[in-house]
Design a protein around this ligand. Structure first.
Ligand code: COA
Length: 256
């Protein structure tokens, strides 16, 4: 299988085609889509960590060998499948953390962008090199990149096709932290454990409100926030969270 899943409250998903630097072919995208959908429906899964198999790559892009002879109509479907993967991850009720352990190029950068949080190894490289292949990004890069790093850097990355290092990715806000390669997994799991201890219900609502902020005007966004805030007060998690604070103990959230 090109996608491995280590299932738990913190689930680790590994794109695992190291012989092709974890490039996304149709089978891998199909497996990722099925995985994202399955994990989204699993109440016991609180956080997902996404990483790449092998030593050098997170995901080195869509599979160029598999793409090169596509017709325009096949290319549209190829893009649609990849975009569905990214949208399924983005819409997941749980947070997804990208642990970028190497090349995150093209579809790999887009995959990281679909996640809620991104951490990188010092050796990671980011880029949208499609322009050099005579194509545009096709898995949401032209849309999500500017939302994350702003138009200036999105233009730079998409129009030049250049790679940037992990420290530059940190500087432009593409990742929240950079770690020595050997520490990345431990740090990603530590962050995941922190998130897993929070209210899954409030987590889901926060994700929904944060995503809405990118698509709607402030007034509409505030209405969405207000409604979700109110809904929290119908939950056991809100009662537990506030009681635990006042009783000076650690809350135990159930997602109810
Ligand atoms: N699609 C298909 N195969 C890929 C791939 C991709 N996106 N990226 C790497 N591979 C394959 C290579 O063809 C090579 O296969 P081979 O051993 O059968 O020849 C293998 O993975 C190793 O890659 P290689 O290029 O030899 O490694 P490198 O360390 O010299 O370079 C990269 C690493 C990531 C810089 C380089 O592989 C690269 O530029 N990949 C394409 C990145 C890209 O343009 N992605 C966007 C696609 S839309």
């Amino acid at each position: 299988m090109s996608v491995n899943v280590e299932r738990g409250a913190v689930t680790v998903v590994t794109v695992d085609r190291p012989e092709a630097l974890n490039a996304l072919d149709a089978e891998t995208n199909g497996a990722l889509l099925a995985t994202a959908r399955e994990l989204s429906a699993a109440e016991d899964v609180r956080v997902v960590v996404l990483t790449g198999g092998g030593d050098t790559s997170f995901v080195a892009g869509a599979d160029i060998a598999a793409m090169k002879d596509l017709t325009a109509e096949e290319a549209r479907r190829w893009s649609e499948l990849g975009q569905s993967v990214m949208s399924a991850i983005e819409a997941a009720p749980q947070p997804w953390i990208a642990a970028v352990n190497g090349y995150a190029l093209g579809g790999g950068c887009e995959l990281a962008l679909a996640c809620d949080l991104r951490l990188a190894a010092e050796t990671a490289k980011f880029g949208q090199p499609e322009i050099g292949l005579g194509i545009t990004p096709g898995y949401g890069g032209t849309q999500r990149l500017a939302r994350v790093v702003g138009q200036t850097w999105a233009n730079y990355l998409v129009l030049t096709g250049r790679h940037i290092r992990a420290d530059e990715a940190f500087r432009i806000g593409l990742v929240t932290a950079v770690y020595p390669k050997g520490e990345l997994r431990t740090q990603a799991l530590k962050l995941a454990a922190d998130l897993a201890a929070k209210s899954p219900l409030a987590m889901r609502y926060c994700k929904r409100a944060l995503h809405a902020s990118l698509d709607v005007d402030v007034e509409t966004g505030q209405r969405i926030e207000r409604d979700l805030f109110a809904l929290c007060f119908a939950s056991a998690d809100q009662k537990e969270g506030m009681a635990a604070f006042l009783e000076k103990r650690t809350p135990e959230f159930t997602g109810r």
